[in-house]
Design a protein around this ligand. Structure first.
Ligand SMILES: Nc1ncnc2c1ncn2[C@@H]1O[C@H](COP(=O)(O)OP(=O)(O)OP(=O)(O)O)[C@@H](O)[C@H]1O
Length: 299
């Protein structure tokens, strides 16, 4: 388990992380979302033990991460700007990783080579940007990390490779309880793989939610009534958003579905439909509730 408690980080006078606390359970995937400059990279580097916080604690399996070599041998941080030694091939990088990471899996390295269709003897800097990113994932996953920290990892990958790599990551989470944190400025890029999502803005963690909780607690309903109605129909319901199109109401309501149904049925609706709600819509209303416009933060 990764546990971050009351972490603050300053660069000179700039406070970049402000009292951040979060928890990532073993074998789960946590999405860290935020706009440019929000503090994602700094937080991920702090969690990976590359950057030291000014105050607060960052622990993995209840041990501090910074300068903890045995722990860091089990963590891979994949930065948004990739680094390879100049002139190195994937094979040469693999040898380097083999010395760094005790759990390195050479069989997996050979198997993945066929699936990725990359020449392991070609100098990495001669590959395209997207291919270099594939090499980075290839090496990262063969190091068999228990903790995989990914900073904007899917930029530059085509949809087919992106899907393949996501499925490998999910497989390692399912089969060997790897724990993953993945940052992005785009919710739709990570929503299909995350168990929980946190939104960071100007160094503050504004919102943190398990996706299952989010989806079960919020409903979009379409309603119409025979007679003219007033707002009594919504009394006692937690309505996050409401609009009327002709005689039809479309509402976003927080709460248990059964309670919503009971309340609405008292007014004999002629239309009462539940509509699908995208994760993006859920976040728009969640952020509104927290007093922020999501388009200023994520889109
Ligand atoms: N080494 C550093 N020295 C000084 N300031 C830094 C340093 N690293 C980051 N910052 C500042 O910290 C803030 C957060 O940067 P960070 O890279 O963590 O954001 P981010 O959310 O990852 O942004 P992006 O999506 O653009 O990559 C920015 O204002 C940045 O200028």
């Amino acid at each position: 388990m990764i546990q971050v408690q009351n972490v603050n980080k300053k660069f000179e006078k700039d406070i970049v992380l402000k009292d951040i606390s979060l928890k990532v359970d073993k074998g789960s995937i946590y999405g860290l979302l935020g706009s440019n400059g929000a503090g994602k990279t700094t937080l991920l580097k702090t969690i990976s033990g590359i950057v030291k916080q000014n105050s607060g604690t960052v622990e993995i399996e209840r041990k501090p991460v910074f300068e903890n070599i045995p722990l860091k041998e089990r963590i891979i941080f994949l930065p948004d700007t990739l680094f390879f030694f100049s002139q190195y091939t994937a094979n040469q990088m693999a040898k380097f990783y083999q010395n760094m990471y005790p759990n390195w899996n050479q069989n997996r390295f050979v198997q993945m080579q066929n699936l990725l269709d990359l020449d392991p003897n070609k100098k990495i800097h001669r590959f395209s940007k997207g291919m270099q990113r594939q090499v980075a994932f290839w090496l990262a996953l063969c190091a068999m990390p228990d903790y995989l920290i990914l900073d904007e990892p899917f930029d530059g990958l085509d949809p087919v490779i992106r899907k393949k790599i996501k499925s490998w990551v999910i497989q390692d989470v399912a089969e060997r309880e790897m724990t993953v944190i993945v940052s992005s400025h785009n919710l739709s890029e990570v929503e299909d793989i995350c168990d929980a999502v946190g939104i960071i803005h100007r160094g503050n963690l504004l919102l943190e939610k398990e996706l299952d909780d989010l989806k079960s607690d919020i409903h979009k309903v379409q309603l119409a009534f025979k007679q003219e109605t007033n707002d009594d129909i919504f009394a006692g319901l937690h309505v996050l958003h409401q609009e009327k199109r002709g005689s039809v109401y479309v509402c976003i309501i927080r709460g248990e579905y059964e309670d919503i149904e009971k309340q609405i049925n008292q007014f004999n609706p002629v239309v009462f439909d539940i509509l699908p709600l995208t994760l993006e819509e859920i976040f728009i209303y969640e952020m509104e509730g927290a007093g922020y416009a999501i388009e200023n933060i994520l889109l």
